[in-house]
Design a protein around this ligand. Sequence first.
Ligand code: 13P
Ligand code: SF4
Length: 336
Amino acid sequence: MSTQNLAYTNEVANATAPVYEKLSSQYNKDQWEKIAPYIYEINRLKAEKNATILVHNYMTPDIFYGIGDIVGDSLMLARKASQTNADIIVQCGVHFMAETAKILCPDKKVIIPDPKAGCSLANSITAKDVRDLKEKYPGIPVVTYVNTSAEVKAESDVCCTSSNALQIVNALKKEGHDSVIFTPDQYLAQNVAAQTDVNVIIYEGSCEVHELYSAQNVIDARNTHEGLVVLAHPECKPEVMAQADYAGSTAQMDDYIKKHQPKTAMLVTERSMSDNVAASNPDVKLLNMPHACPHMKRITLQNVLEALQNEAPEVLIDPDILERAKHPVDRMLELS
Ligand code: 13P
Ligand code: SF4
């Protein structure tokens, strides 16, 4: 089926009804009649091609609930990618996530609907920057956030995600390291440093989305919403973290809301996360958040369908880089 003749037939309506039930407060009927044929066709095609779709928590709800096989945070997507039996992996997230899937599944075809879906953190550091740091601080291990290119990972000792950064740094301490070089997120590094006695050498990258939030945003929200529970992603500045009730990765925030069911909550992170959490927690009022990640938003149902039809664009990594990048990713999975 080409993308021109996708129609909202009875079959499509019936097959997608359970998803619409969940998302009816987010999409009106007219919008749904345009969305549902894509969901139906993507799901049909992925079964035909034995493909699996990895969906990050920042995807819009149509993608998150309509076509995701494995949904979650960076760590969860990496772990589950390494266990899949699919022939094709479609990454609905940003490029470094697709590269991580390829590093863990080098024999599978990994496709990303828009290879321009980057990340300001991944763009902030090169392999040479890591080599220069190692020269400046010889013998000190390099902990690299997964939000980086395969080339940068290849120069690093161990990777981490927002859910295990502290755990990884403390595991290195147990191995006898009193200092670590932490790249490239300065705020995640500062937030980790505040919780450990390991000396953290900080690189100056940042997330262009999370750095937009301020402590004042949280204070203002608390003043207008009584009993507000505030959850913040550790890519936020320390001044924001100091105002939050809970800090965690996107999956950890999701778990917190499921478990505690607060009356009103604010997720200080990318905007779609709140929409996805709201759809599964009808008794919790989630505040609308203002900031979207422009890179994540490059992935749409339209380009996912085209990518599946064409089995492209494929993510390819130089075999030598892949081999070297696998070591710190495997090490992270072992240590966390
Ligand atoms: P998580 O690992 O928490 O999903 O974060 C990934 C990310 O890009 C946050 O901006
Ligand atoms: Fe990168 Fe920030 Fe977008 Fe996450 S939200 S992918 S860290 S730019």
